[in-house]
Design a binder for this molecule. Structure first.
Ligand SMILES: [Zn+2]
Length: 179
């Protein structure tokens, strides 16, 4: 299902679109911890879908949601062995491709990570830099807040909430200039 507005002469696409993504994974011993496309030193990693990169998964879903495309689980089913241990950068790249295809570019992304450990502060700059690089954004356009799960009784999980803002790209078919 593609957004078809761009193909019409009357471009009725909204100028901006917002997207929201959520993801959670359980910590498991013996696997690397991937957050935002980097490996964070820790004694446990995140299990489940692909490499368990909870932040990239939430960003991917936010991008797909903004253009009303199927979500990450529909595009890359966890039941498909092909995605076991896969690099989540693949999912993000596919979502970005679809955003461009719908005629939009990413303005900024904001995120909240909720996890008891490890502390994200020392890794925040590296995560933001990597996410910015992957998304073609300036670091100043990548927000990252880290929270501990106070009162949630979720010590063994990592959660990510993400919002993205998309802006309509200039139309490729420019009208001929009047002479
Ligand atoms: Zn996930």
């Amino acid at each position: 299902m593609r957004i078809g507005y761009g193909a019409t002469t009357n471009d009725r696409r909204p100028a901006t679109r917002i997207g929201y993504g959520f993801d959670s994974h359980e910590f498991r011993a013996g696997i690397p911890l991937k957050i935002g496309g980097i490996t964070v030193a820790h004694d446990k990693g995140l299990g489940g879908h692909s490499d368990g990169d909870v932040l990239l998964h939430a960003i991917t879903d936010a991008l797909l949601g903004a253009i009303a495309e199927p979500d990450i689980g529909a595009l890359f089913p966890p039941s498909d062995a092909k995605w076991k241990g896969a690099d989540s950068v693949l999912f993000l790249r596919e979502a970005l491709k679809r955003v461009r295809g719908a005629g939009y570019s990413v303005s900024n992304v904001d995120s909240s990570l909720i996890l008891a450990a490890p502390k994200i502060g020392p890794h925040a700059a590296a995560i933001r830099t990597r996410v910015a690089e992957l998304m073609g954004l300036h670091c100043d356009c990548v927000g990252l807040k880290a929270k501990t799960p106070e009162g949630l009784n979720l010590e063994n999980a990592a959660i990510a909430h993400v919002v993205v803002l998309l802006e309509k790209s200039p139309s490729k078919k420019k009208k001929a200039r009047k002479k």
